[in-house]
Design a protein around this ligand. Structure first.
Ligand code: OAD
Length: 254
């Protein structure tokens, strides 16, 4: 039996089964059921408790590198304890079933890759990686000297997490791949994102403009909701597995 309350529209199931090129955009909502907090949910979101301008900008890091490093170290620890959930796993299965599949994520938690997704495009970096603040070059190993943040073994500059902060540009190659996938897909899913932070938020609209069918999975409305062809209201961990079962096992709730 399907736990998702609504019956999925037949034309959505047909479109999914027939799709050749699928692009998926995910946001922090897909990791919520793994215990990783979102950013903007009232009460539980990170930006309800912390100010982004104190923690997620280059200026914040220059003002107080220790505070920023420690905050990301806390989040890295949280992510390392988290496990991929059934929504991450459903996207692994979707990739296996479809000829061409791109998973564009704003998440820095690496849970898609840990679940087994292969073609993952990280738009906002990855919290498990580190780079040099001065040189903007990845750094894998450094000697702990007791100093926080640690120093770059090459230039002595501060090390920082390899994530995109407010005011910074996205990795150009990742953005290019994400745009290409969004513009060439026949089906686009936007899952667990508030669709507020650009340029990621423009991707579903790029897909719409090129004639793709756009599906949103989110318990709450977003700026995309009114334009999406299908809105599936609910938690990704409920909706996605049910959608796959409905499409390929014929289990559609009535
Ligand atoms: P937000 O916190 O802005 O939005 C999370 C979305 O997930 C909301 O629309 C929720 O309704 C939805 N949601 C919550 N629980 C869910 C669940 N179980 N299943 C599905 N959806 C659920 O997070 P993002 O959209 O990821 O940027 O935020 C975008 C960017 O803003 C982040 O990448 C980050 C942040 O500042 C940077 O750090 C550069």
């Amino acid at each position: 039996m399907n736990s998702f309350a609504d019956r999925f529209p037949q034309n959505l199931l047909d479109a999914l089964r027939k799709a050749r090129r699928v692009a998926v955009l995910t946001g922090s909502g897909i990791s919520a059921e793994s215990g990783v907090p979102t950013f903007r949910d009232a009460q539980t979101g990170l930006w309800a408790k912390f100010k982004p301008e104190d923690l997620a900008t280059p200026e914040a890091f220059q003002r107080n590198p220790k505070l920023v490093w420690d905050w990301y170290a806390w989040r890295r620890e949280l992510v390392s304890q988290a496990q991929p959930n059934v929504a991450h796993l459903a996207l692994v299965e979707l990739e296996r079933r479809l000829p061409q599949f791109s998973l564009i994520t704003q998440n820095v938690d690496g849970l898609h890759q840990r679940a087994g997704s292969r073609n993952v495009i990280e738009l906002h970096g990855n919290i498990t990686r580190t780079k040099c603040f001065e040189e903007d070059i990845p750094v894998e190993k450094w000697t702990a000297s007791g100093e926080t943040p640690p120093r770059c073994p090459r230039c002595g500059g501060h090390l920082r997490p390899d994530v995109v902060w407010f005011g910074e540009t996205l990795p150009p190659a990742a953005l290019e791949r994400a745009l290409a996938a969004s513009r060439s897909c026949d089906l686009f899913f936007s899952i667990g994102t508030s669709t507020l932070v650009h340029p990621a938020a423009s991707l579903p609209f790029e897909a719409l403009q090129r004639g793709a069918i756009v599906v949103e999975i989110n318990p709450d409305p977003t700026p995309l909701t009114a334009r999406a062809h299908h809105t599936l209201r609910g938690a990704a961990g409920e909706v996605l597995p049910a959608l796959l079962r409905a499409a390929w096992s014929g289990e559609n709730a009535s």
